[in-house]
Design a protein around this ligand. Structure first.
Ligand code: HEC
Ligand code: HEC
Length: 216
């Protein structure tokens, strides 16, 4: 950089180059156009067959979407459309969504009430699960509805079968994720038994009350 520059003033080329580098390192944009909840409700018709009315799934293989942060749902739909996340049932439904569809759907699901855990909590499993969640720092990102980056999903009340499958896939490196690294590395040290205990723990964890108007 030229020594004749005034302090605090960078040439445009430097700023642009810095922005490109920053984008390559952290490819997580922080803004989407705001979605329309009512438009999302109409567009969610075909989704209800699997994800349930209002995004509360009763099928253990299918995640609930109600109350998930807008960013998270939007980004997962981008990943499905791009083929970076794949599932034989879900992929066809993500393939043709426009950016506006994704924003509307994400806004709609964020505004719905999240599910209640379907199984009663088992005290022993809860203690073991809580300990593992601390040891592996899961709680630093997934602890409460306001913790972690805004593209971090809430796990409480998701089905055991779904959570086990996702953790196995992160560990195997076969589940695409937004930054390609966070969960894939978080899952590496987990044994199969730990995956099952953690999945049971989060499946049984009481769901935080929904934020009025949905979460960002
Ligand atoms: C035929 C059943 C089916 C339909 C219809 C369907 N999905 Fe899915 N969806 C799934 C399954 C199964 C998964 C979990 C895939 C996996 O195991 O990774 C999923 C995952 C998702 C996820 C990721 C959730 C998370 O917690 O990571 C989102 C978001 C989603 N679907 C949105 C939608 C939307 C929006 C529609 C309608 C446009 C839709 N789905 C239609 C079956 C379906
Ligand atoms: C540094 C933050 C961070 C840590 C630590 C972390 N996670 Fe995650 N987790 C994320 C993010 C971000 C995602 C969404 C990834 C993506 O883009 O698909 C995620 C996704 C998940 C999912 C998929 C949820 C869904 O709806 O599909 C599960 C399950 C999960 N994490 C469990 C765990 C467990 C168990 C631990 C501890 C072993 C853990 N996470 C540690 C940030 C974290």
């Amino acid at each position: 950089m030229s020594s004749t520059l005034r302090p605090g003033v960078l040439p445009v080329a430097v700023i642009v180059a810095a922005a490109i580098v920053a984008t390559a390192v952290a490819p997580v944009p922080i803004a989407f156009g705001a979605g329309d909840v009512e438009a999302g409700r109409r567009k969610a018709g075909p989704c209800a067959a699997c994800h349930g009315a209002d995004g509360n799934s009763t099928n253990p293989a299918v995640p609930s979407l109600a109350g998930q942060p807008t960013f998270y749902t939007h980004w997962q739909l981008v990943l499905f459309r791009d083929g970076r996340r794949r599932d034989p049932q879900m992929s066809p439904f993500g393939a043709n969504l426009t950016d506006a569809d994704m924003a509307d759907l994400a806004a709609y699901y964020a505004a719905q009430r999240p599910p209640r855990p379907s199984t009663a909590s088992d005290a022993d499993t809860s203690t073991a699960g809580q300990r593992l969640a601390q040891v592996h720092h899961c709680a630093s990102c997934h602890a409460s509805e306001l913790a972690g980056p805004r593209y971090t999903p809430h796990l409480a009340g998701q089905s055991y079968a779904y959570l086990v499958k996702q953790l196995r896939e992160f560990k195997a490196g076969t589940r695409g994720e937004l930054d390609g690294a966070t969960m894939t590395s978080a899952a590496q040290p987990l044994t199969e038994q730990e995956i099952e205990i953690l999945a049971r723990f989060y499946a049984n964890l009481p769901v935080a009350p929904a934020t009025p108007g949905g979460r960002p």
